[in-house]
Design a protein around this ligand. Structure first.
Ligand code: ADP
Length: 149
């Protein structure tokens, strides 16, 4: 079953949007299989954002991501990677559609609340970077037959 990595960044935790974000994914019909509140080390931050190394915003991004607690999650469901990206909205919250998380709650690209993996291969890499296999729980929600034909 497809899985994606979602992180509520320090601004989302500080702004008390953890419950709101989790509710959106739950209500949509995806299944939570991993969850932790954690501090992010510089090493983890650099590894997670390695494709952006050398870009002008990289140092600011490192400072921001390591500045406070982050909620790291793994969500499961058919098509969850692409659907989560749609629910999150464009990187720049000012152009993110209303109804998306960034579109509804953020105004700045450097404070855009949430991360979601951009492809299945990226999701697999990010999940193994942030979670140990034994911390992910495979379970069958009892409402499944009401969600999926
Ligand atoms: P996304 O998070 O939508 O996948 P990217 O992978 O392009 O976006 O960028 C990763 C993160 O780096 C963004 O979510 C944002 O926090 C930060 N970022 C990207 N571009 C900028 C920028 N121009 N200025 C500040 N931060 C940026």
């Amino acid at each position: 079953m497809e899985r994606t990595f979602i992180a509520i960044k320090p601004d989302g935790v500080q702004r008390r949007l953890v419950g709101e974000v989790i509710s959106r994914f739950e209500e949509k019909g995806f299944t939570l299989v991993g969850l932790k509140l954690m501090s992010v080390s510089r090493e983890l931050a650099e590894s997670h954002y390695e494709v952006h190394k050398g870009k002008p915003f990289f140092d600011g991004l490192m400072k921001f991501i390591t500045s406070g607690p982050v909620v790291a999650m793994v969500w499961e469901g058919d098509g969850v990677v692409a659907a989560a990206r749609k629910m999150i909205g464009a990187t720049n919250p000012l152009t993110a559609e209303p109804g998306t998380i960034r579109g509804d709650y953020a105004v700045s690209v450097g404070r855009n609340l949430i991360h979601g993996s951009d492809a299945i291969e990226t999701a697999n890499r990010e999940i193994s970077l942030w979670f140990k296999e034994e911390d992910l729980i495979a379970w069958e929600p009892s409402i499944m037959s009401w969600l999926v034909e």
